[in-house]
Design a protein around this ligand. Sequence first.
Ligand code: HEC
Length: 394
Amino acid sequence: MTRPANAELGKVTFQEECASCHAAGDGFDLAAFSFPDTTIIRRALGHVDMSTSLDIVAHIRRIWVPETRGVESSPFQPGGLRLGTDYEFAINTFGADQWPADLTSEDLRRIDMWRTEVAVKFPVWSIEENNLDWMPDVPVPEHLLSYRNGRARNALDKFYRGRSVVLLRRAVDALSDGDKDRNNPNAPCIMDPISQLRAKECFEARRWAASLGAQFMLRYRRDAPLHHDVHDVWWDVGNVARRTVTSSAVRGDIDNGLDNWVSWMWMGWAFEPNAHASIYLSLGLKRKEMLRHATFHILKSQVERGRNSSTPYRDLRNVPRFSPDTWLMNAMEFGYNHLLERLEDGERPTGDGLARAISETERAYRDAANRLTANQAKVLVVLRDQVLEYLYLR
Ligand code: HEC
């Protein structure tokens, strides 16, 4: 004899048996990604008995979701569509395989990352065959929850009760501080020296923290960026993946290193386009032969930077390292003109930034020079020297 399903019991069981991996705590993902009852039961039976599985189903069916999606869908994929190629991205974004000569800084600032379709495939919610998904394969490690007197566990409990952006940010911060804090003897994400990195564990812990923010956005239909720390951890998933491609000490330690590098970093960056040096993601895009995406990433970052920073100069310096030949002249012109706009507006890199800005301004031209025609070189020399003129002023 089976008893009627009890949703309240299902809720409690979910927290006890499932929430260590399904980070939202209540099974929001199972409702939002339209998993059928049969799938929930099949998966639940790996952890609990039949009548408890039915309790869990009853509980899941009570969860309010604003919008359901298919299992295979990639949440946050801009425009809901992944483009086929780097070339298609150029045509779709600019109407031609060129950096547009008449594009202004304001135009570029207005390009909405949420809607700009890209050929980067964002992670799907859950897939059993590989790791190109949000779902962490293992529970959040106990040592991360308990480090510093249970700071992360407390922050999570508060978040589960309150579910606000402030509480979310505290929970994500507590988890991501613990993952690289040298005072946490088990911290999996210490990268200096790189031999200390436990890449797989770090990747899983970061995916766990990342999936917390993702579910918050889906639950409350938030498509504007949340606090940047919440998106930083998305970028950081990509960063540990990057190290498993570039650092011999941990090479190959997670599967699909390059795809995870590029997709997580792009996704994190799309929500905080001023936050990271443009070299890291560009190097991954280059390995995927996506130089048009890289150039876009670099110059979009440039226009989003804060005032008086030397970072927009570093961005310019990255243009010749990544731009396709046919894009180079327009992209360089754009980058120099953008710096001039900042300078004309009274901006000035501060402290050590000034010397750095001067050397990046010079190096950008030098690195581009051998790929320019004589006339193009002349134009860029004039722009370069106008920028330098401002920077030399005392
Ligand atoms: C040890 C971590 C872990 C625990 C605990 C866990 N799950 Fe999962 N679950 C996963 C992962 C990882 C996936 C994503 C698919 C995959 O990689 O297997 C997943 C996917 C699912 C799916 C989708 C399955 C599919 O076919 O795509 C369902 C439904 C599910 N889990 C239900 C549950 C329920 C119910 C519980 C508790 C009774 C539970 N899980 C406990 C890790 C876990």
